[in-house]
Write a protein that binds this ligand. Sequence first.
Ligand SMILES: Cc1ncc(COP(=O)(O)O)c(C=O)c1O
Length: 422
Amino acid sequence: MNNYNFDTLCLHAGYKPDEEIGSRQVPIYQNASYIFKNSEKARNLFALKEFGYIYSRLTNPTVSVLQNRMAALEGGVGAVCASSGHAVQMLTFFNLLKSGDEFLASDKLYGGTINQFKNSFAQFGWKVKFTNFDDLQRVSALINSNTKAIFAESLANPGGNVSDIEALAEIAHKHAIPLIIDNTMATPYLCKPIDFGADLVVNSTTKFLSGNGSSLGGAVVDSGNFDWAQNNKFTLLTEADSSYHGLKFYETFGNLAFTVRGIAIGLRDLGACQSPMNAFLTLNGIETLSLRMKKHCENAQAVAEFLENHKKVEWVSYLGLKSNKYHKIASKYFKKGFGSVFTFALKDGYTACEEFIKKLNLFSHLANIGDSKSLIIHPASTTHAQLSEAEREKAGASSNVLRVSIGLENIEDIIKDIKTAL
Ligand SMILES: Cc1ncc(COP(=O)(O)O)c(C=O)c1O
């Protein structure tokens, strides 16, 4: 199945209708538990000697289809789905870090992720160091013997910074640690981080993958390429686990160790499982991912070009514009387009931004991206309101900056709405 092209995988990967009922659509298994065929089967399932279904906090057939589909789309060996993008980030590091360990992250990340890493992860004793990933020498210099991973977004939200995945993978592997890429803004339609050496890929499926703003969710895909036993840094995967009678995940499950531990321990103990209904809705969204992403990119390109030539606009930061700092490197990593989310600045500042939003009819003013509908937010008065102007500027969210997520409406209607409001 996984030999098919991307568009075909979006529709079929991970699911084959069963012979008896033959439901063409993936069924929603809206149940908590599963009857064991016999005692031996129950014993084997609990001891991880057999894979199957015990309880939906760990595994559920509808969620399993989404896991397998995500693994196929990203080109990995396995995936764990969780209740949100943030939940999956937590599960990812839960497989890698013990209290006192640290990791290195780009300072150009979604604001919620910066908060999660800086504040909440600190409660587990996980330490993060942020730095500018455009400076690869600095990235190398900040890695020490306690650093267990490197984390970046393929395309950063909201700044549109592009990570040099190949170079980051090289640095990570030189230090025998994995590279984790958040591929939410690009989706596997635009960028396949594993092809460039990433070891783990996380996605908030809440955005373009589900595609209509209906379902929270997240997925982490394991490339299956990282050797967890090459040093003694990843003992959670390599050493005996007392909650499974001394089972060693890497020794027992090989390149599925990360995925199996993510489910058997991560979902079991942190409990951040994805609901079957959300998995179903996300699978429906993924069916049209290619078509939607193509139109998202075309519409965004047209809007960016319109804005770039408007006298009230100070600058536009869209990868598809030749003027963009990352245009060249983006052409290497994003072969089919440059995404739909970008920022631009109005010459007249803070109040002009608020006025502009008030006058828009088609755009929804809200804190999300990747909906089929066009969305807008003014970071300085919302998501970044608690920061100082200097901090906002560093985060690419100065007072006069707006972030848009361009939807699938007719492009003439989108541009007319913007033109009128400006
Ligand atoms: C790039 C990126 N990663 C992760 C997340 C977190 O995802 P979720 O909202 O599904 O928890 C977001 C949310 O906006 C995001 O934009």
